[in-house]
Design a protein around this ligand. Structure first.
Ligand code: ATP
Ligand code: MG
Length: 330
């Protein structure tokens, strides 16, 4: 695999604030990297340094083997960048903006034509090409932002919260686009939306207070959740008591929780000790006891939980406990 982006010991300070703190990682061709972290954790600062809009305090960033501070123009040709909030020149039309971007990047007439066809087709903006950007809907503005990021067919796409502020349909559309665009490129997206990481990313990096705290594929990250391999059961209310008692007696079950309760139905969750597999054990035990269960499922884990565990500690916040479930039978 070819390494397209290589970051070593990257640090950025603003006076007394350390926004990025000794961050190192590299990204290979074809990877879609989710860059996640709480507000103020240094995501945008890192992205601005990689794209050459900010210089680092120390450390080095190489794109395709070129140092970003020493080769600013070549780097900009290799990178497509959607800045946070996607500021665009409002009085320009999408057509004019894309031409401008190609000109700044010194593309030939042929490259410009090809790139514009590609961007217009990918982002479906053919109907708004001659309309001032400031008069477009938010969704279309974001598409134009993405179009200007890909018009020069860059190898590395850096998108700072690309779906922020979009409605669910537009979010879905942008995510589909990102998956489609990935291919041989590298795509890095920053986001707070963890379902986005599950939906589009092959890898997730978590940063907190400027420090890298995790670097894994989303499934492995999810597996770090205390709910990994937990077994959920939906059953009639009259079966609940017997079922709770049984689950609590099983080896490998750490605790039993009630996640939902209505007049007729209960949902229980048997949390596994150390995330080990307990489905078989649970299944045969309820069979043996003749407990009637409507549904049984295994949890992969909750990314949200892992994110909190990883970032709260670094941020010096108190971890909230057991907030999302109704009752406990620990
Ligand atoms: N120009 C600046 N001057 C001073 N401090 C700054 C500047 N830009 C960013 N910071 C600080 O650096 C830290 C990291 O900010 P950054 O914008 O990189 O975070 P972020 O992870 O992108 O957050 P968000 O999720 O809110 O977009 C924050 O504490 C922020 O206040
Ligand atoms: Mg940001």
């Amino acid at each position: 695999m070819t390494t397209l982006l290589d970051i070593k010991g990257l640090t950025k300070t603003y006076g007394p604030i350390t926004a990025v703190d000794d961050v190192s990682f590299s990204v290979d061709q074809g990877e879609v990297l989710g860059f996640i972290g709480p507000n103020g954790s240094g995501k945008s600062t890192t992205m601005k340094i990689v794209t050459g809009f900010l210089s680092p305090t120390s450390g080095a960033v190489e794109v395709d083997g070129l140092d970003v501070t020493r080769h600013p123009l070549e780097i900009k040709r290799k990178i497509g960048y959607l800045p946070e909030g996607a500021p665009l020149y409002g009085d320009m039309t999408p057509m004019a903006l894309m031409k401008f971007v190609c000109k700044v990047r010194r593309l030939s007439a042929e490259q410009t034509r090809r790139g514009m066809d590609y961007a217009i087709e990918k982002l479906h903006i053919e109907n708004v090409l001659y309309q001032p950007i400031e008069t477009l809907s938010k969704g279309y503005k974001r598409r134009v932002g993405l179009a200007q990021a890909i018009v020069h067919e860059p190898d590395l796409l850096i998108l700072d919260e690309p779906t922020d502020g979009l409605d669910p349909n537009q979010k879905h559309e942008v995510r589909e686009l990102l998956k489609e665009m990935a291919g041989k490129k590298v795509v890095i997206i920053s986001t707070h939306i963890l379902e986005e990481v599950e939906a589009v990313c092959s890898r997730a990096i978590v940063i907190a207070k400027g420090r890298l705290v995790a670097d894994q594929d989303p499934l492995s990250l999810q597996a770090r959740s205390r709910f990994h391999n937990a077994v959920g059961l939906r059953l009639p209310v009259d079966q609940a008591e017997a079922c709770v008692g049984l689950l609590q007696s099983l080896n490998g079950v750490q605790q039993v929780r009630t996640s939902t309760r209505t007049a007729s139905m209960v949902e229980l969750l048997a949390v596994a000790i150390d995330g080990s597999e307990i489905l078989e054990t649970v299944h045969s035990a309820i069979d043996e006891k003749g407990i009637r269960v409507d549904e049984i499922f295994v949890e992969r884990g909750r990314l949200e939980d892992v994110f909190r565990d990883l970032t709260f500690e670094v941020e010096g916040l108190k971890q909230s406990t057991d907030d999302d479930l109704e009752a406990d039978h620990a």
